[in-house]
Design a protein around this ligand. Structure first.
Ligand code: CP3
Length: 343
């Protein structure tokens, strides 16, 4: 396992070919996923079936022979476990029936009990049982900020107006909530590690809602708190941590800190200049624009090789997309991308 290309890259060891996996690799673009998905009207009900989660996590591994697997679940399991009432209805995104609409609701919040997420830890065990022994499994959570944004907004939104209003009107209560979420994420990731995951990824998918100052105050402070907790704990101290920041209003080199092993770059980031800034201190994962996968095979091949060539000499490079794959992408296009990384 330690010799897997993915874990080698996270340890800044060179590989002759870059390891490849991609965000949302299990999902709606795969016909085999759709076949399972149609048996559930609420996506969350499917996430609560550990054997099904394991089957879904394995689908892209079986089809493409990827170098890492990611737990099949969602970042919103934590707010659901805090009783915010999550559902994913037909065709729509996530919706909370009981969102955080006032500071009082933060005070009244039930204490987080990691045992409410036992279905996730069972899914980790089931997935480990099915995975080839040399393929690492990535566990994950949302950043405290991203989880707070969904919890206050009550679901997805274009501008997250309610969340931004809450931030301006009640910054201290928001910070209390972020601290609760940081500890919840720590316990959640620790249980994932105890159940068998080999690396962790933190998704700060709503980093782009924040100015540089706000990013520091409401997001990075709590991601650091979470990473410190993990590194202080002997159970999780040696597990590599990957951080994904979506379009942050700050340079990646000013965002990363020593507890983080690897930066997962958004597709708009300039991988070449970031590789220079990092001077080999952090592994880098990224960052093909997923929209390239809607174009011709020739273009996919060229764009993939461009990134691989830039990163050829960088120890600790993992090929990935610069954000999740979308349902409109043909699996055959993904195969072209993977073949290009292995040339
Ligand atoms: O292979 C994998 O990566 C599967 C595991 C996974 C899912 N969600 C499954 C999923 C992971 C790692 C996530 C992370 C996640 N979830 C993020 C962070 C990554 C990112 O894209 O920035 C976020 C923001 C969410 C929240 C979420 N989950 C939304 C907004 C939605 C609905 C819109 C969408 O993109 O589909 C989901 C649903 C979801 N999570 C699906 C899957 C496969 C699709 C559900 C369906 O089949 O209806």
């Amino acid at each position: 396992m330690k010799d897997s290309k993915f874990l080698r890259a996270l340890n800044l060891q060179a590989n002759s070919k870059p390891p490849v996996w991609f965000m949302r690799q299990a999902g709606r673009y795969l016909p085999e996923y759709q076949k399972v998905r149609k048996n559930f009207s609420n996506f969350l009900d499917m996430c609560k079936q550990p054997k099904i989660c394991a089957e879904l996590a394995l689908q892209p591994i079986d089809r493409f022979g990827l170098d890492a697997s990611i737990l099949f679940s969602d970042i919103l399991t934590i707010p659901d476990a805090l009783n915010l009432g999550l559902a994913f209805h037909e065709g729509g995104g996530p919706k909370f029936s009981n969102p955080i609409s006032s500071p009082q609701e933060i005070k009244k919040l039930m204490p987080f009990d990691v045992n409410n997420l036992g279905y996730v830890f069972k899914a980790v065990e089931e997935t480990k049982n099915l995975l080839p022994k040399d393929i690492p499994l990535i566990g994950f959570c949302g950043s405290p900020w991203t989880l707070a944004a969904y919890s206050i907004e009550g679901g997805g939104s274009k501008d997250f107006k309610k969340t931004k209003n809450f931030m301006i009107s009640h910054p201290e209560e928001l910070q209390e909530f972020l601290e609760i979420l940081s500890h919840a994420c720590y316990e959640y990731l620790k249980q994932q590690v105890l159940s068998g995951v080999n690396a962790l990824q933190i998704f700060d998918s709503w980093a782009d809602l924040l100015s540089a100052t706000e990013l520091e105050r409401f997001s990075l402070k709590y991601t650091r708190m979470l990473a410190h907790l993990l590194k202080k704990d002997p159970i999780t101290a040696d597990i590599p941590i990957i951080l994904f920041e979506k379009s942050p209003n700050k340079k990646m080199v000013d965002i990363l800190f020593k507890e983080i092993t690897c930066a997962s770059l958004y597709w708009q980031e300039d991988i070449q200049s970031i590789a220079k800034d990092f001077e080999g201190q952090y592994a880098i994962q990224g960052n093909l624009d997923p929209k390239v996968l809607l174009r011709s095979d020739e273009l996919i091949w060229a764009e993939t090789q461009k990134i691989c060539n830039i990163m050829k000499k960088y120890p600790g490079f993992i090929f990935n997309l610069g954000h999740g794959i979308t349902p409109d992408i043909e699996p055959s296009k993904v195969q072209v991308m993977i073949d290009a990384t292995r040339q």
